[in-house]
Ligand binder design. Sequence first.
Ligand code: PRX
Length: 650
Amino acid sequence: MSDEIQVFDMEQRTFAPPADFAGAALANDRSLYEEAEADFEAFWARQARELLTWNTDFDTTLEWDLPYAKWFLGGKLNMTYNCLDRHVEAGKGDKVAYHWEGEPGDKRTITYQDLLTEVCKFANVLKSKGLEKGDRVAVYMPMIPELPITMLACARIGVAHSVIFGGFSPDAITDRCEDADAKMIITADAGYRRGAPSMLKPNVDAALVDGAPTVSDVIVVNRCDTEVEMVEGRDHWWHELMADASADCPAEPMDSEQLLYLLYTSGTTAKPKGIMHTTGGYLTQVAFTHKYIFDLKPDTDVYWCAADIGWVTGHSYIVYGPLTNGCTSVMYEGTPDTPGRDRLWDIAERYGVTQLYTAPTAIRTFMKWGTEEVEKHDLSSLRVLGTVGEPINPEAWMWYHEHIGGSARPIVDTWWQTETGGHMITPMPGVTATKPGSACSTIPGVFAEVVDGDGNKVDEGGGFLTIVKPWPSMLRGIWGDDERYRETYWAKYGDRYFAGDGAKIDSDGYLWLLGRVDDVMNVSGHRISTAEIESALVDHPAVAEAAVVGAADEVTGQAIIGYVILMGTATASDELREEIRQHVSKKLGPTSRPKSVFLVDDLPKTRSGKIMRRLLKDVAEGRGLGDTTTLADASVVAAIAEGAKEASED
Ligand code: PRX
């Protein structure tokens, strides 16, 4: 980990909440903050009771056995009762849960009643295949309504889902299924991407050839009508199983700490971590933040989180938060450029979207495409704009503000992580005066501090972000790896949660997130481990050694750059370079494919043999080389820099 924090000149413009917005906002003063500061446990207990329906009230708000938290003990609830049944019972069965837009122009409108019926049926299908409370299943699906139906059906009967992003490879599926001992995979033949089917089922087949022996059933949705092979006895069509399933599946009350899901995320080693989330605490924070950070008015709003459910953003803010709050959402299968570059704005206009939640990398892409695409559409229905996934640069923030928000809508820049489950640092749209590029401050009930390398609190200046009190939606651990949980998050600063991010606190107490300080890259908002890419690179038979860095990139935030030493038997060529890039894509999936691979004779190493990634990053970003005195052989890096210069001049 680098101890250096790059601190940039901060933006000082501030934008107060627009007066008309604040006047009608759910929160427009500091009372929630004050209440939480006075007694954060009592604050969260109140939210849990007001936002959720419990079958049995809890008796203990928090049991904190550092580093393990349990929230709302003694309480019993059913996740899907909160997401579905209670809205239907309240006479809102006909309310639209999702306006779903499929890529080749398909559309489906799914009401709360529809969703409840399908979830009950699929929960019965899962039961009929022998799944029981406490089991784990893997889900590898495109952005179709069957995906939230699957997640909710699992939650209804206490089966934990492990959603695997559709861009991941067979190896990634095998690893995740083996780590969790998954009993089943739910998938689709394919999903649409840029107008054409992108295959999924063959990846599942490949994953199961020699691996994941615990998987005994595969259920396949027929999304694109492509030819797929069905293995007798193992593979079943979704529509055939659903045709006979009963829609009667009572919502069984579960303990507040019932495991809800695993979601694998990259860390500093090659093996992804299975982040564990449970029921009551997770749902409380997700419902609270979804309501207050987006100023949700469920009777009139049409909310849209344009993320993929394969990531935590989709879990919390496409599925669990919006459904618990009973709102109408848009769900979109495709990409922002198909059929046209105004696709998002077209959808936003047609449905009268009121909240849009997207990532800085998407905003930078829209900036590149130009304002004409936006100007074709009336976006006046928008009320709140959100961003997530990486630091937003002030230029992108201003563009979002001016061109999407008509200079009159609050922006909520939300900092959080797979591990935190829900928003942690973000403005409150009717309360906080925002500064472009700053995520501003912690939400009510969450407490963060910036510390220096020795763990001392920094009142103003740069350092490392830590969270100082437990929060309801915090991870409950890493599946099967207690030691790694303690080591990753709790070893560095004792009783503080170490997030892995650099941060700066300014003289007004505003927080500025500065990106990861460990060997984790952030590419288009996706967390990718340098170690994972390095091990995929050295897996290629021609590669002897590899080092990977994330270099600054105008659109994707960071780009993956690989430096590779070839085996003595291999001959360098452009074809081989390309083959090595594709090898990573095959091993890990296309999101992990390096933007460039440089073939080098040597790598810069310290005298103790550690690769100096900082220097490789300097080279990749075209900076001067600075101090190389700790290197075993300083000429190495000069040779690499020369090679990189030549390659970029090609
Ligand atoms: O570095 C931070 C960055 O994304 C990391 C978490 O990634 P992941 O677990 O994949 O979750 C992404 C979606 C919640 C963080 O450690 N990050 C996320 N949001 C922001 C951010 N960095 C700066 N500003 C943000 N708003």
